[in-house]
Design a protein around this ligand. Structure first.
Ligand code: ARG
Length: 377
């Protein structure tokens, strides 16, 4: 028997049955043992998978939004057979999760890695909805610099953008042994918010926008020794992800100098805080515009309070919470929030979502390290 996989299955199944109060765990473990004897792997029941994806969220050390872990909706697509069915399932996910703006946390789980190591499907996108990066004749970049390599692969596969800063990239799916296939997402499924500021009329002329749904598509879900290399999931945005990082970072849309200029701050040497002021205005614009459009979004102060509640809840359940301080503390106004004044242990538990090597990177992965946890943002 593949003792390694059973050794990971057993504690997971015991925990699920205990947490959900399910009967006959010994019987289930016996069945799993038999299945592993025959096939070298085992199949999660619906309940195990559903609770597994939720536990994986609960164990995500870098996520401040974990209070809501029990609300994650499972879209079980372990039975898809080809990329066409994957595209269809992803479209279904996008439509259901956006829910007219009242975003539902959701995960779609595609077939797991096989016992011989074969990975049936991979999604190449880091995030299902993202903006392309286009290199201009003068070497300048238009769009999201973070997406440059992926954009170049998309172009190699035959995709063409419109050369705007906000061209939504296509979805790229690779079925084992086949060429990756791409498809544009139907615009009706990409809800976007045009950004304006409640006090600064000029803000709207910056022509900034962002998509409503954060949906990570390139992480490996690992549950009880089974790996799901294609399992895209979404929650809703926290304002600073867009206002501080995506639009503010120098290596992303780099909007702070432009905003500070408009505010008349940038060239004023008495203003060491021009970046801080511009950041605040940018975050206000994101928050105001999402609320106005009726799209779920949390602010960092509310998220911090929710995380403190999560710590309390978990303590009540007798579970310890692990967290990565540098990710939990929001990128602006850190010390004004309770999460800042707290120490966390940062042990990585299973089930969890792990980083994977980029799909196009065919250098041999380090065999001793199935998943690397990097500091990627
Ligand atoms: N920061 C990423 C982005 O800007 C999304 C990461 C997940 N965030 C979330 N709120 N679930 O798209």
């Amino acid at each position: 028997m593949n003792t390694d996989i059973y050794a990971q299955a057993e504690p997971f199944v015991l925990q699920v049955y205990k947490e959900l109060g399910l009967p006959r765990v010994e019987e289930r473990l016996r069945d799993i043992k038999k299945e592993i004897d025959l096939t070298n792997t085992y199949t999660h029941s619906k309940e195990e998978l559903e609770h597994g994806v939720r536990m994986a969220w609960r164990n995500s050390n870098r996520c401040i939004g974990r209070l809501y872990w029990k609300s994650l909706i499972l879209n079980d697509k372990r039975n898809v057979r080809d990329s066409k069915e994957i595209f269809k399932a992803l479209e279904e996910h996008l439509g259901r999760a956006i829910n007219n703006g009242k975003i539902l946390p959701m995960i779609t789980v595609f077939p797991p890695q096989r016992s011989d190591g074969t990975i049936p499907f991979r999604i190449w996108n880091k995030s299902l909805i993202r903006y392309a990066a286009h290199v201009q004749a003068d070497g300048q970049l238009i769009g999201d610099p973070d997406q440059l390599i992926f954009t170049q692969y998309c172009k190699k596969l035959g995709w063409k953008g419109e050369n705007t800063p906000f061209d939504v990239l296509p979805i790229v799916i690779e079925q084992t042994g086949k060429q990756p296939e791409w498809r544009n997402i139907h615009p009706d499924l990409v809800l976007e918010v045009t950004l304006e500021h409640p006090d600064y009329g000029w803000f709207i002329d910056l022509h900034l926008k962002w998509h409503a749904l954060p949906i990570i598509a390139d992480m490996v879900l690992e549950i009880g020794g089974i790996r799901y290399p294609a399992a895209p999931f979404n929650g809703w945005y926290m304002v600073t992800e867009i206002g501080s990082r995506n639009l503010g970072d120098e290596k992303r849309f780099n909007q702070l100098p432009i905003i500070a200029e408009k505010m008349g701050l940038k060239n004023n040497r008495n203003h060491p805080f021009w970046k801080d002021k511009a950041l605040l205005v940018l975050n206000e614009a994101v928050f105001y515009s999402f609320k106005k459009a009726g799209i779920t979004l949390t602010d960092h102060h509310a998220a911090s309070e929710q995380f403190m509640k999560f710590l309390q809840n978990e303590e009540k359940e007798g579970r310890s919470v692990n967290a990565d301080w540098s990710w939990i503390v929001p990128p602006i106004s850190g010390s004004s929030m309770k999460v800042f004044h707290h120490n966390y242990t940062n042990e990585v538990l299973s089930p969890n979502y792990f980083y994977n090597q980029s799909a196009w990177d065919d250098s041999k992965p380090d065999p001793t390290c199935p998943f690397h946890i990097s500091n990627r943002s």
